[in-house]
Write a protein that binds this ligand. Sequence first.
Ligand code: COS
Length: 412
Amino acid sequence: MQLFIDPVLNQEGDSGVLDFSLSQEQLELQDLVRKFAKSEILPYIRQWDEDHHFELGVVKKLASLGLMGVCIPEQYGGAGMDYNALAIVCEELEYADTAYRTAVSVHTGLNSMTLLQWGTEEQKQKYLVPQAKGEQLAAFALTEPDAGSDAGALRTRAVRDGDSYILNGSKIWISMADYADNLLVFATVDADKGHRGITAFIVERSFPGVTTRPIKGKLGIHGGDTGEVILEDVRVPAGNRLGEEGEGFKIAMSALDNGRFTVGAGAVGLTRACLDASVEYAHTRKTFGVEIGRHQLVQQMIANMEAGLQSSQLLVYRAGWLKNQGVRNTRETSLAKWIACDVAFRSACDAVQIHGAYGYSNEYPVERFLRNAKALVIYEGTREIHTVMQAEYALGYRIDKPLNRMLPAWEG
Ligand code: COS
């Protein structure tokens, strides 16, 4: 497999240069989100995590800064920045805590970008514009109690009834379920057709028959909202069907191309948080007469974090660059998500190890990092799903077909 794809020619026919620098605008964004996370999340997150409290005010402030639709074009209410700007937002938020990056992932990555890719103009005006402005919050409802990795096996039913569909079923592990105004719900119009019966719907929380309830007892992301969505005879106008009947599986997978990108980007931030905490502790804690950073086995863990951070960041930004070009990136995004999340999980384990017994208590943030990092190697495609996908690409068993609807290239 080649590391970089063939150069994409711009309109003048130039192949462009390989540029690893952030633009001035991206640097300003990075500074903005970094300062935001430092003042609005970090001072409170230990308490919020302990209290299992999601602070909606953080999301409202993110919206007021244009950060809930950073890569959505201005014509649809967004900030009009490129797709790597979204990676920057996710990286900086997850440096503070996974919960708020997850909110951006589901709102922007899984929902709004999917409306941008697949929505009609009417749907974009009605739902994408208020979502990009952060006036309405959005979530993504694919997973069911009996359909997680095997998303094609979902059982929520959609039955056509005149100008509407009637939806019945239940969804689980839905981030932001209790706060979202709009949910992108996947249901089957014909279970016998397998994944080709799956259809996507924009469902408003206010539609009669929609109820949600929070999930208690999670290992991590205590500061975030995760819930169940129950759909009982929910009447959804046919105009809220996204794409055609039977196109829902493709829509879900293309949504995951964007959601996974945001998770990978967040994982980079989590790894950086683990590295920074470990370096600081390694300089202050002394054993055997020297600071522990002088011990080679501690250095090995620090070096692994540094190598993992640099390599996962490159993979994430390459995926974002492909999105900017309007090129299909399922393979590259899956690789970036897999590697960045594995790195974050291992970094969090090692960060706790470096902190010794202190790392085992919430006096230091690394135990929270470890609990949160476990979610990353499970949601939006488990480590195993991505491993299999990468093996299948390498073996030639999996070949991506061109899509009839692409995420629009960034027009800058
Ligand atoms: N974009 C658009 N279409 C896609 C796509 C993508 N990224 N990936 C697959 N498709 C299309 C394929 O082209 C194929 O189309 P046809 O029906 O026209 O042939 C169809 O979708 C089925 O795809 P595929 O054959 O790849 O499906 P598989 O059953 O082999 O595998 C996996 C799909 C396992 C990769 C998929 O089910 C998956 O990613 N599962 C994990 C789900 C997940 O991440 N859940 C977490 C939800 S959020 S917590």
